[in-house]
Ligand binder design. Structure first.
Ligand SMILES: *Cc1c(COP(=O)(O)O)cnc(C)c1O
Length: 517
């Protein structure tokens, strides 16, 4: 059997499924093979006819392009088929359980979509005069109010466009606060070993150095190690709570006090806020800055690098340094303060061209208002309950990384696979053949062969039971030693099978080159 790689050339996969038949078309049943759009289209074809330009003056002053752009053109049916075929190769939250830990792949309610498509929100231009966009600014202000209420924090910067961008916002505010005090000796940021890779990356971007704190045997910050690392040069800490092991950091208030005691600031990575909404207000824990991932906790769609939103809450100590634009209300009038000179305090500047992701704001506020405070709390509790149900139902056949109750995600290590020849990767690939998107693998790094399962609150008990039955059966097959070939060959039912991931990471082919060139 052979498959096409993304250059349309033939490659031979290392394993061949026993029963797989090579088809003439390359299609597999109703699963259509699809080439790249550059191979399907040609610059000479088009799906639309534009009318001749009449009465418009060319103002390009001789700068206009004269040669072909070379973009592929397709007819309308061709383009429909191209994207529908690609979409059918995708796994999606609308298709099944998506247990990708740390990502909170919850259902995106359709009500959100309906509201986001209202013309009064969807068709605005960010450069429209503010007098014509009062409703949209009010929506941003209302969302900001909900975010500040849920987090118990006095200020929020709405413009960051992702979690990592929110981290950048928070750390830039911390850097600005330190600079304002002339504290240029404070450049060391403490980051627990289990942190998401974006945390140390963000701190380094802001000119800090990283000092890593080890975890205890029960998956939490080692307080003795933390205390040993405190000193006058500490700028702050970046800590996730619940942490990336899915565990609540019990010592978080003491951690905040210790960091503040040496004149540092507390950045909390809020990506796991889905385990806390309505139950814990981060403001009560002594944090100074935290991003929320609207695309995780508040059900705006994510994946594929699509638009996210990472509003970042700030404490009184950091709010004077918040970026512009800022939302203000004077009587009945809503205002976006666009310039640093017009903003109170000592804003560190502007992070984005415009105001943030309007479509995501609309969806997130719809989600919050349609749930209400009781519904948001219920969602949190169900998310934690579902994760614990999975952990309890699998703990006799798989190996939970830490004992005890987890928060919104269940973390397993690979010790149950020891001696079986099956590795975490093989196990994950076998899940694909069973119709499930794998859980997060090999993260967090503090756990060997990590498998991080986050069901979210969206899954029913019946759906969870089906998932658990599959996971139990795979775990038993793996340790039996009788199915090693199946695990090593998996996935056999996926459109593409095992790819050379090292090659793809080290030597990615980012540009299509015409075979004629
Ligand atoms: C998802 C995530 C991030 C980054 O968020 P993006 O929106 O993907 O930039 C940071 N930290 C943790 C713990 C996360 O799970």
């Amino acid at each position: 059997m052979s498959v096409m790689n993304n250059q349309g050339r033939q490659t031979t996969p290392t394993q061949t499924a026993v029963n797989e038949v090579e088809t003439v078309s390359g299609n597999k049943g109703l699963s259509q093979r699809e080439l790249l759009i550059f191979e399907v289209g040609t610059p000479r074809r088009t799906g639309v006819d534009f009318p001749e330009r009449i009465g418009t003056k060319n103002r390009l002053g001789g700068q206009e392009r004269t040669s072909e752009i070379g973009l592929p053109g397709l007819s309308e049916p061709e383009i429909m088929r191209h994207y529908v075929r690609l979409s059918q190769k995708n796994y999606a939250i609308d298709l099944g359980v998506y247990p990708l830990g740390s990502c909170t792949m919850k259902h995106n309610p359709r009500l959100n979509e309906k509201v986001a498509r209202l013309a009064g929100f969807a068709d605005l231009h960010p450069l429209q005069p503010q007098s014509t966009t009062q409703g949209a600014i009010e929506l941003m202000g209302t969302l900001a109010h909900w975010i500040m209420t849920l987090t118990g924090m006095p200020a929020v910067a709405m413009s960051p466009k992702a979690g990592a961008h929110g981290e950048l916002c928070g750390m830039m505010a911390i850097r600005a606060a330190l600079d304002a005090k002339g504290a240029d000796h404070k450049r060391r940021v403490l980051v627990p070993e289990s942190a998401h890779g974006t945390n140390p990356a963000t701190a380094v971007q802001c000119g800090f150095t990283i000092d890593s704190i080890p975890a205890t045997d029960d998956g939490r910050v080692d307080m003795d190690a933390l205390k040993a690392k405190l000193g006058d040069d500490v700028a702050g800490i970046m800590l996730t709570n619940p942490n990336t092991c899915g565990l609540f950091e019990r010592d978080i208030i003491e951690i905040a006090e210790l960091i503040h005691g040496v004149g540092g600031y507390f950045y909390c990575d809020g990506a796991n806020f889905n385990a806390l909404v309505g139950r814990v207000r981060p403001g009560d824990l002594g944090i100074d800055a935290m991003h929320l991932n609207l695309h995780k906790t508040f059900s705006t769609p994510h994946g594929g690098g699509g638009p996210g939103a990472g509003p970042t809450v700030l404490s009184d100590a950091l709010s004077p340094f918040a970026p512009v634009p800022r939302i203000e209300q004077e009587g009945d009038t809503w205002k976006l303060v666009e310039d640093v000179e017009d903003a109170d305090g000592d804003s560190f500047g502007r992070m984005t061209a415009f105001h943030g992701q309007m479509g995501m704001f609309t969806r997130a506020l719809t989600y919050m208002m349609s749930h209400g405070s009781d519904g948001l709390k219920q969602a949190t509790e169900d998310a934690v309950l579902n994760a614990n149900y999975i952990q309890a139902s699998l703990s006799d056949v798989m190996s939970p990384a830490f004992g005890g109750i987890c928060m919104h995600e269940a973390l397993f290590d690979d010790s149950f696979l020891k001696g079986s020849g099956v590795e975490t990767l093989d196990f994950a690939k076998a899940m694909i053949d069973e119709g499930y998107h794998p859980m997060t693998m090999y993260f967090p790094l503090v756990v060997h062969g990590a498998m991080l399962i986050e069901p979210t609150e969206s899954e029913s008990k019946a759906e969870l039971d089906r998932f658990i039955a599959v996971m139990r059966s795979l775990a038993q097959k793996a340790v039996s030693g009788k199915h090693i070939d199946m695990f090593k060959a998996a996935p056999i039912y996926a459109p593409l099978r095992r790819l050379d991931e090292t090659q793809a990471a080290r030597k990615p082919v980012l540009r299509w080159t015409s075979p004629e060139a």
